[in-house]
Design a protein around this ligand. Structure first.
Ligand code: KE4
Length: 432
C-alpha cells in the first residue's frame, strides 16, 4: 500500500499555522510527540474517525476521553438539537444543570455537592483554591507526570502535553506560585510521608492526583498506595483531591474511587460528563463545598458554567452508561488488548508492556511494567514515534504521544481491538 500522504491535512496545517500558534488549539495535538504534521479530522462515527483526506481510522483517542459512547452517538445528537431549539445559554440556572448534578451525586457517593465549570482545568484550579480556603493552608502536593490542566499552581512536572514537549513547566508561571507546589514520584508512600513531614503537615492544603495516571502513559496505583494516602490525609486534615477528569465514569461507573474503594474529600470531573461538549465539575464533602460563593468566601464563577448543551450531553451520557453497564465489556476488551499487545511484542522481539484499566488502555516500549513518571521517561520514545506512524498507515489512530492513555468506547468491540492488534503485529515488525 502506498504510504498515505495526508495531503489535505498538510494543507490545512499550513493554513492553520498562519493564524493559530503552532497550528493547533492544544499543544498535544501538534504531533510534536511523534513528528510530522498533525492529522485534521473531518468526521467521527462510532469507533471511527475520518481525516480531512477521507481516510478512516479506528480511534483510540476519543477526543482524549469524553467520547465514552463513541463519536456522534445519535441519542446525544438528537438531545442537543432538541435543547438547542429552546436556547443554548442563559447565564441563569436551568433544570438541566440540577439534573446532571443530581446524577453525579447519585453515582459518586463521596460527592455531596458539585459545581459545574467548563473545563477540567477550571475544575482542578477551583478545587485547589477551595482546599486552600477550607484549610487556610497554602502548600499543595501533586505527583510527577500527573497532568491536571494548565492552571499556574499545577504546571509543575506535569504530564500530557508538558511531558510530550519535554518542557519543565511553563514560562510565565511566577516562582512564587510554584514554590507552593511540591511534585514527587507517584506510587511511593514512604516518599509521600517524608515529603509531608518535611513541608510540615499543618502547611499542606491538599494532595491532588490522578488515581490512575493517564497523562504519563497509563500507570496504575500500587496496592495499598491510595489507602495509605487516604490515611495520611485524614490524619493531618489534608484535603484529598482525586482528579477524575479522565478516570471518572471510565474505570468504573463510580470512577477510580469506586474501583479502588477510596473516599476522597473532593473530586474533579470533565470529559465524559460533557459527552464531547466543553465541561468540568468539582464536588465532594458538603462542609468543604459550602465554602464556595455565593454561600461562602471562596470565589469561583463562569459564564458558561452549567451550559444547557453540555448538561444535555452529560445527562444522556451518564444515563446511557448507568443503564447499559458497559464495564464488563470494557474489562474484556482491555484484557484482549493486554494479551494481544504483549504477545505481539514477544513475537517481534520488542520489549513491550501493555496495560488497561476499565476503558483506558496503555502500553510502553519497556521490558518492565512502568510504575511512575521517571520510569515512563526511560521507555523507548523513539520506537513509539515510529510505531505511531506505522499504526497510522495501518488505519489505527493512537494518542500522538508516548505520555498519554488510549480510550475505548461502547462503540468499540472485539473486532476493533483485533484490527489494532493485527496492525500492531505488522507495525512492530517495522520497528523491531
Ligand atoms: P481540560 O482543561 O483539558 O478540559 O482538562 C484538564 C485535565 C485535567 N485533569 C486530567 C486528569 C486531564 O487528563 C486533563 C486533560 N487531559 C488532556 C489529555 N491528556 C487533554 C488533552 C489536551 O490537553 O489537549
Amino acid at each position: 500500500m502506498a504510504a498515505e500522504t495526508f495531503r489535505r491535512s498538510k494543507a490545512l496545517f499550513e493554513r492553520a499555522q498562519r493564524v493559530i500558534p503552532g497550528g493547533v488549539n492544544s499543544p498535544v495535538r501538534a504531533f510534536r510527540g511523534v513528528g510530522g504534521a498533525p492529522l485534521f479530522f473531518a468526521k467521527g462515527d462510532g469507533p471511527f474517525v475520518y481525516d480531512a483526506d477521507g481516510r478512516r481510522y479506528v480511534d483510540f483517542v476519543g477526543s482524549w476521553g469524553p467520547l465514552i459512547l463513541g463519536h456522534a452517538p445519535q441519542q446525544i445528537i438528537d438531545a442537543i438539537a432538541e435543547t438547542s431549539r429552546r436556547g443554548t445559554s442563559f447565564g441563569a440556572p436551568t433544570e438541566l444543570e440540577v439534573q446532571l448534578a443530581e446524577l453525579i451525586v447519585e453515582l459518586i457517593p463521596s460527592v455531596e455537592m458539585v459545581r459545574m465549570v467548563s473545563s477540567g482545568t477550571e475544575a482542578t484550579m477551583s478545587a485547589i483554591r477551595l482546599a486552600r480556603g477550607f484549610t487556610k493552608r497554602d502548600h499543595i502536593i501533586k505527583f510527577n507526570g500527573c497532568y491536571h490542566g494548565h492552571s499556574d499552581s499545577l504546571l509543575v512536572k506535569a504530564g500530557s502535553g508538558v511531558a510530550t514537549l519535554g518542557i519543565a513547566g511553563s514560562l510565565g508561571v511566577p516562582e512564587a506560585f510554584v514554590a507552593l507546589t511540591s511534585s514527587i514520584e507517584f506510587n511511593d508512600l514512604a516518599l509521600l510521608e517524608q515529603t509531608v513531614q518535611e513541608i510540615g503537615a499543618s502547611k499542606i492544603a491538599c494532595i491532588i492526583l490522578e488515581p490512575v495516571i493517564g497523562n504519563s502513559g497509563l500507570i496504575l496505583p500500587k496496592p495499598g498506595y491510595l489507602e495509605g494516602m487516604r490515611e495520611l490525609c485524614t490524619k493531618h486534615g489534608i484535603v484529598l483531591i482525586f482528579d477524575e477528569v479522565m478516570t471518572g465514569f471510565r474505570v468504573a461507573l463510580g470512577g477510580a474511587q469506586e474501583r479502588f474503594g477510596i473516599k476522597p474529600d473532593l473530586t474533579t470531573f470533565g470529559k465524559v460528563i460533557g459527552g464531547g461538549r466543553p465541561v468540568g465539575a468539582f464536588g465532594g464533602r458538603r462542609d468543604i463545598m459550602e465554602m464556595l460563593a455565593p454561600l461562602g468566601p471562596v470565589y469561583q464563577a463562569g459564564t458558561l458554567s452549567g451550559n444547557p448543551l453540555a448538561m444535555t450531553a452529560g445527562i444522556v451520557t451518564l444515563e446511557t452508561i448507568r443503564a447499559s453497564n458497559p464495564y464488563p465489556h470494557f474489562e474484556e476488551l482491555g484484557a484482549r488488548w493486554i494479551e494481544g499487545m504483549n504477545e505481539a511484542g514477544r513475537e517481534a522481539g520488542v520489549p513491550l508492556v501493555a496495560a488497561a484499566c476499565g476503558s483506558m488502555l496503555g502500553f510502553f516500549f519497556s521490558s518492565a511494567p512502568v510504575t511512575n513518571y521517571s520510569e515512563a521517561l526511560q521507555t523507548d520514545v523513539e520506537r513509539f514515534k515510529k510505531f505511531f506512524h506505522a499504526m497510522l498507515q495501518e488505519g489505527v489512530y493512537l494518542a500522538p504521544s508516548a505520555f498519554e492513555a488510549g480510550f475505548i468506547s461502547t462503540a468499540h468491540s472485539e473486532e476493533h481491538i483485533d484490527i489494532a492488534l493485527s496492525a500492531a503485529r505488522r507495525a512492530l515488525a517495522t520497528v523491531a
